[in-house]
Design a protein around this ligand. Structure first.
Ligand SMILES: NC(=O)c1ccc[n+]([C@@H]2O[C@H](COP(=O)([O-])OP(=O)(O)OC[C@H]3O[C@@H](n4cnc5c(N)ncnc54)[C@H](O)[C@@H]3O)[C@@H](O)[C@H]2O)c1
Length: 364
């Protein structure tokens, strides 16, 4: 099978692991990089031995590049992806798919009308940890699904991120930033969401940056930073997802627990690919560690791109797809809208539960 030529737009913080992995897989040929800051693209090309440094326009016009991987900041995802889709490229965006819900829908429809693929992070949920949990649920080990609790609790990003500004602007906040991992994981485990409610608050009107180089800068907070949402799934389970930048002293509540008629399952952090996973069965006082035997337990960011490249060649659906990312975006917007309007939101978007990953590494 001929390798698919890939171009990456956006050579910032997260790009290194994509460059490392996509140059390693047989099915992806890392062909070119581009960035608004050409020196950044050049530095990454030198480090990872990428043969071409192009402008964004050159990349989109290049006839040999089939997949464009968009690793720009969230505010640029829609524009970059739209340009690439219009140029006839398959596109894989970092999360979130777009900031606006209508923008996300437009990308899904544009890809369909152009007959090209739209993919989107996160692909951590295709890794060994979440996939093992999915296998346990599908095999009936948990019994009838009742619900879940999920927590992403932090004190914000201004103490470590070099440019934390966008996290406190519209389109930022803990749900848009980290929610894609959690909601995508829940959709992997349970299938699509039917109904959402949320209550949000902004606990602190300003945040003072302590990381370099902006230490001392005071940021105005323009988006909710503590969001409690409830989700009902089409298959029946219900639960709550709390995402917070406002839990200043920390908490032991973390990650995801799934409750079933036969067992409770502790699901690992969906921001990572591996475990640990533990299970407590009805009648037992102890938690059992679950051995992880599935592939991709290490940092495999780019796995969604690999799956998409193979899917294009085999003419099968790809897993980290635009419809799924749009559904996740709909859930996140609906939690905010529910809080603003004081009502439950029944979702318009639906999506098929993604196929379980194979038990061995991807081949086709
Ligand atoms: N940093 C992380 O740990 C991390 C982890 C997972 C996902 N992500 C996601 O990855 C994406 C990128 O994050 P990052 O931390 O690498 O950001 P970053 O700011 O470090 O890098 C973004 C890069 O994109 C370039 N860029 C911006 N707009 C562009 C445009 N229109 N055309 C060409 N280049 C453009 C910038 O010059 C910059 O080099 C975001 O969507 C983020 O949510 C980041």
């Amino acid at each position: 099978m001929e390798a698919t030529k890939v171009g990456i737009i956006g050579c910032g913080n997260i790009s290194g692991i994509y460059l490392e992995n996509l140059s390693k897989y047989d099915a992806t040929d890392l062909f070119a990089v581009a960035d608004l800051d050409a020196s950044r693209a050049q530095a990454k090309a030198d480090e990872y031995k990428v043969p071409h440094v192009l402008t964004v326009d050159e990349m989109l016009a290049h006839p040999e590049i089939e997949i464009v991987v968009d690793l720009t900041i969230p505010a640029a995802h829609f524009d970059v992806a739209k340009l690439a889709l219009n140029a006839g490229k398959h596109v894989y965006n970092e999360k979130p798919l777009a900031i606006g819900l209508y923008e996300g829908r437009e990308l899904v429809e544009l890809a369909a009308s152009k007959g090209v693929r739209l993919g989107c992070a996160p692909d951590t949920v295709l890794g060994a940890g979440i996939q093992t949990c999915r296998e346990l649920i599908d095999s009936g080990e948990i019994g009838e699904l009742v619900g879940f609790n999920a927590f992403m609790m932090s004190s914000g990003v201004e103490a470590w991120h070099p440019n934390p500004t966008f996290y406190y602007q519209v389109g930022g906040g803990p749900l848009f930033d980290m929610g894609p991992y959690y909601v995508s994981a829940l959709v992997q485990l349970f299938g699509p969401v039917s109904r959402v409610s949320g209550i949000t608050r902004t606990s602190f009107p300003t945040r003072t940056v302590s990381s370099q180089p902006l230490a001392g800068t005071v940021l105005t907070v323009d988006t909710p930073t503590h969001i409690v949402s409830t989700l009902e799934f089409v298959k029946g389970p219900i639960g709550q997802l709390t995402t917070s930048f406002d839990t200043m002293a920390g908490t032991d509540l973390k990650h995801i627990e799934v409750y079933g008629s036969k067992a409770t399952l502790r699901v690992p952090d969906p921001n990572f690919f591996g475990g640990p996973i533990s299970l407590k069965r009805v009648g037992s006082d102890t938690w059992e560690e679950i051995e992880i035997t599935r592939p991709y337990a290490e940092n495999a960011r780019g796995l969604g791109v690999l799956d998409m490249a193979l899917a294009i060649r085999s003419n099968r659906p790809h897993r980290a797809n635009g419809e799924l990312a749009y559904h996740v975006l709909d859930v996140m917007h609906s939690a905010h809208t529910s809080s603003d309007e004081g009502r439950h939101i029944t979702l318009d978007s639906g999506v098929a539960q993604p196929a379980l990953m194979p038990a061995a590494e991807l081949k086709d």
